[in-house]
Design a protein around this ligand. Structure first.
Ligand code: APR
Length: 185
């Protein structure tokens, strides 16, 4: 089982280094693209390990709720397929420099909307990758400030979420986050 490397917010937030797809929580959050049809990075890992049931559910979402694609900052939930997690909450992070200065707000929307959706469905545990800090080029140090401030606010509004995990793919990204987080401010 994974051992958290650090905790914040009286242990409701825990930080890990590893593969998000290993985490057996109520929902893991996918750093998807608007098509919802998969991609590389964590999106690719989730679809590879979760299997076709996830893509089938994404197709159903595209043909009903979001025919033109999932907008940046928005969220959509599917089954977890073969994953240890029960559900996948797909979100589309901002591409650094492509949203006219709205990147921080859009990144915060991804985290806030995912937590609020999970809470509205009575889910208790949720795990995030470092959304937008890969292919989408969001500087990890800047993301750490936005994410920690957003989580500190939203987790106080959502007591039903008893466990929130941030899963970093390597120790370097974990270290950058810890060095720049502002949970306690
Ligand atoms: N577990 C945890 N974190 C992971 C994993 C994994 N299995 N794989 C990658 N990561 C990390 C990356 O190291 C990065 O820190 O997730 C973070 C987000 O990187 P990306 O997956 O590239 O996501 P993002 O930057 O939001 O770009 C999204 O990439 O894969 C495509 O379809 C996706 O077009 C979309 C874009």
């Amino acid at each position: 089982m994974h051992t958290p490397l650090l905790h914040y917010l009286d242990h409701r937030i825990a930080l890990y280094v590893g593969d998000l797809t290993d985490h057996a929580v109520d929902a893991i959050v996918n750093a998807a693209n608007s098509s919802l049809y998969g991609g590389g990075g964590v999106d690719g890992a989730i679809h590879r390990r979760g299997g076709p049931a996830i893509l089938d559910a994404c197709r159903a979402i595209r043909s009903s709720l979001w025919p033109d694609g999932l907008p940046v900052g928005q969220v959509a939930i599917t089954v977890g397929g073969e994953l240890p997690a029960r559900h996948v909450i797909h979100t589309v992070g901002p591409i650094w420099g492509r949203h006219g200065g709205a990147e921080a707000r859009l990144l915060a929307d991804c985290y806030r909307n995912a937590i609020e959706l999970a809470a509205s469905l009575g889910l208790k545990s949720i795990a995030f990758p470092a959304i937008s800090t890969g292919v989408y080029g969001y500087p990890p140090a800047e993301a750490a400030v936005v994410v920690s401030r957003t989580l500190a606010a939203v987790m106080r509004e959502q007591p039903g979420i008893t466990q929130l995990r941030l899963v970093f793919f390597d120790a370097r990204q974990f270290d950058i986050f810890v060095a720049h987080q502002q949970f306690s401010d």
